[in-house]
Design a binder for this molecule. Structure first.
Ligand code: OAD
Length: 347
């Protein structure tokens, strides 16, 4: 009968000794053995054997993820990762050690955040314009952002709507033209996917572009309204986009505007209130692609009773308030996270 030699697949250090998972390949598949070495006694015991799945269950008597990894063989990395991502760590340094020995260095932070999501009872995401730049919509305050060349009060305020309608109109017309070319990217789809898995409760967004919904997210709170809806500023009647594009007047004589929040206006209560409520009850808030310069949306992340994470291309001041900061493009970071999320959740 064919049998290979015993190989060490996983080696874990504890205060008193070393816990190992050995394996060898037989004609019927892998056969595993738990080996416990006690340093003081100098003893070595084969304390359990079996051919179940990946053999990791043989280690479970030892709370092995609270100990430190010494060696993880490539053959078992995927199985170990799954355990690492679902484990609730009490010891931060053991958490880091397991992440670092099972994920590529560039993905350590992304993998940590996946663990936080998988062990959180309730997670709420807050997004800003940086979420949509990879869908080729400019943000507001970056080098290429809208507010670098235009003063928002001249185009995006109630003042502009009332007194400089042509400027107001051409600004939102340009935004709509941009939006016609835009579609959600893999980062938007990743968030929708995690909601489907029941891993995130809601996305609160400052974006008015509707790309989260287009990607499949169901619970989206549009804190700054939507540029895809139009109404009369005077009587509030909902009107089709064409009436705005054609600069028609409402039958009441009022001006037609997109359903976005203008400078000088309150946030819509139907978005703000449930977003706040969900955030207050959350164990984790994840903030993506926003400068957090605009009140009151920037107050949301801090009301979580749990942990906070920030994913942004440029890390600015204020990032120090977050428990985890990931510098990178939202689409790329979320896509990486989604790969690991799928790896452990897709059966
Ligand atoms: P900002 O333009 O203020 O901030 C966008 C942030 O996203 C910046 O910190 C960028 O560095 C970052 N960023 C850009 N591209 C990114 C990417 N691909 N991945 C990750 N990060 C990226 O936009 P907001 O914070 O959304 O309000 O601005 C908030 C509000 O200000 C907007 O909703 C709008 C604006 O005035 C209204 O119109 C009412």
């Amino acid at each position: 009968m064919m049998k290979t030699a015993w190989e060490t697949l996983l080696s874990i250090g504890s205060e008193g000794g070393v816990l190992e998972l050995k394996g060898r390949l037989t004609e019927d598949g892998w056969y595993f053995r738990r080996v416990v070495s006690d340093m003081e006694e100098g003893s070595r015991r084969f304390s359990a054997e079996g051919s179940d799945e990946d053999g990791l269950a043989l280690l479970d008597d030892y709370a092995w993820l609270s100990l430190y990894p010494l060696y993880v063989d490539n053959k078992i990395t995927t199985a170990v990762r799954k355990r690492v991502l679902f484990h609730r760590y009490r010891n931060e340094s053991a958490f880091s050690a397991w992440i670092e020995s099972t994920f590529p260095e560039d993905d350590w932070e992304a993998a940590k955040l996946v663990n936080w999501i998988l062990t959180s009872g309730s997670t709420v995401v807050l997004t800003g314009a940086g979420m949509s730049t990879e869908s080729s919509l400019p943000d507001f305050r970056s080098k290429e952002g809208w507010w670098k060349n235009i003063d928002p009060r001249t185009v995006a305020s109630t003042e502009a709507l009332s007194h400089h309608y042509d400027l107001f109109h051409s600004f939102y017309k340009a935004r709509l033209d941009n939006l016609d070319q835009a579609s959600p990217h893999n980062g938007h789809r990743a968030l929708a996917n995690w909601e489907k898995y029941g891993r995130i409760d809601a996305v609160a967004t400052q974006n008015v572009d509707g790309l989260h919904q287009a990607a499949g997210s169901q619970t989206v709170y549009e804190l700054h309204g939507s540029i895809r809806r139009f109404r009369c500023h005077q009587c509030g009647e909902e009107l089709p986009r064409s009436t705005f594009i054609e600069k028609e007047a409402c039958s009441c004589g009022g001006r037609i505007r997109p359903g976005v929040v203008l400078f000088g206006e309150m946030l819509p209560a139907e978005a703000w209130e449930p977003a706040m409520e969900k955030m207050e009850r959350s164990d984790l808030s994840i903030v993506i692609g926003t400068s957090l310069e605009v009140y009151p949306a920037n107050q949301l992340p801090a009301v979580t009773r749990g942990r906070t994470a920030y994913i942004n291309k440029d890390i600015q001041t204020g990032a120090g308030d977050f428990d985890l900061v990931i510098r990178g493009n939202a689409g790329e970071v979320l896509t990486t996270m989604n790969t690991y999320m799928d790896e452990v959740l897709m059966e």
